[in-house]
Write a protein that binds this ligand. Structure first.
Ligand code: IPM
Ligand code: MG
Length: 369
């Protein structure tokens, strides 16, 4: 039997609560006996800062590098507002992405039919929505140098962030988008701001050339990022795959998440390049954050994290069928009328984090028979 190593990094806020429900699903998958997923748990974010004075330790990074996949809950919270920029909780997540070279962030936005009324848009706009946002994750303004604040004297300071992309970075993320589109509805929207930014000009040029050389069977549209934001709320179903840079991808994926009813529903996978055996480094995490306002209350929605684990089953553990099963179990409990507070609805039953985890397990038990 294949044994996989999964590193769990629950992190801060609601992270530990939603991760506990993933552990339940891991145990369920292991009990099926098709593969064995061995977990180890470690610290990242504010809790790691409290323990070691840094948002992720070298030991934890070593474990992440050795694992077949990493699952992260969430990082950050007001408790660490005063922490120096270099040690802030988010730095742990950014180091994981950078050092594991997880350049491709896949953020699917799927609207479960049962939740179409929880969307901020009318049902006909979102019913059946299925978008894949492919966000570049290790470049752009998040990591470009210089990145600094200089004191100019006289009460004036000057802050600089640098947006920088090289050809190979654009090529590899665009290739991921085109490959995914081929397995879906064969459409890619490439989003940048070539009307203002040099990185946008290069992005457009590289995507156009790659499309012509290797992916001319896929339909490619170029769309300015501001127009893309607008089109996402005007008629989101026009999109299949959207490929974009790190910062635009951060914003467009938050926007897309609300179309699906709640930020608590959106999973993500961050993947590195495939090695000779086809294996990719990978980190899976919900798109939502640490939600400090509801942390510790047992009301957080675990669905995004469980759906992220389903992505791990598909992309890291070679268990596509089990991944389908987990995704169907989520849709099933929603159809049964179970809701967490963030997606509460008249006529439905509002339950807590643990009950939602258990409801999904019970659906899995029934469906696997
Ligand atoms: C995300 C988050 C992160 C980001 C933060 C926590 C650093 O917003 O994953 O979208 O900006 O990438
Ligand atoms: Mg974000």
């Amino acid at each position: 039997m294949t044994v996989y190593k999964l590193l769990l990094l629950p992190g801060d806020g609601i992270g530990p609560e939603v991760m506990a429900e993933v552990e339940r699903v891991v145990a369920w998958v292991n009990a099926r006996g098709e593969a064995r997923i061995e977990t180890e748990t470690d610290l990242v974010g504010g809790c790691a800062y409290d323990a070691h004075g840094e948002a992720i330790s070298d030991e934890t990074m070593g474990r992440a590098l050795a694992a077949d996949a990493v699952m992260l809950g969430a990082v950050g919270g007001p408790k660490w507002d005063g922490v120096a920029y270099e040690q802030r909780p988010e730095a742990g997540l950014l180091r994981l992405r950078k050092d594991l070279e997880l350049f491709a962030n896949l953020r699917p936005a799927i609207c479960y039919p049962a939740l179409a009324d929880a969307s901020s848009l009318k049902r006909d706009r979102v019913d059946g929505l299925d978008i894949m946002i492919v966000r570049e994750l290790t470049g752009g303004v998040y990591f470009g140098e210089p990145k600094e604040i200089k004191d100019l004297g006289g009460g004036q300071k000057r802050a600089v962030d640098t947006q920088v992309y090289q050809t190979y970075e654009i090529e590899r993320i665009a290739a991921v988008a085109f490959e995914l589109a081929r397995l879906r509805r064969n459409q890619v929207h490439s989003s940048e701001k070539r009307n203002v930014m040099k990185t946008g000009v290069l992005w457009n040029e590289v995507v156009t050339r790659l499309h012509k050389e290797r992916y001319s069977d896929v339909t490619l549209h170029h769309i300015l990022a501001d127009n893309c934001a607008m089109q996402l709320v005007r008629w989101p179903k026009q999109f299949d795959v959207i490929v974009t840079d790190n910062l635009f991808g951060d914003m467009l994926s938050d926007e897309a998440s609300m179309l699906t009813g709640s930020l608590g529903m959106l999973p993500s996978a961050s993947l590195g390049a495939a090695d000779a055996s086809g294996r990719r480094r990978a980190l899976y995490e919900p798109v939502h954050g640490s939600a400090p306002d509801i942390a510790g209350k047992g009301v957080a929605n675990p669905i995004a994290t469980i759906a992220s684990f389903a992505m791990a089953l598909r992309y890291s553990f070679d268990q596509g069928e089990t991944a389908d099963l987990v995704e169907r179990a989520i849709a099933f409990v929603l159809d049964e009328g179970y809701r967490t507070a963030d997606i509460a609805q008249d006529g439905c039953r509002t339950i807590g984090t643990t009950e939602m985890g258990k409801a999904i397990i019970s659906a899995l038990d029934r469906m696997a028979k």
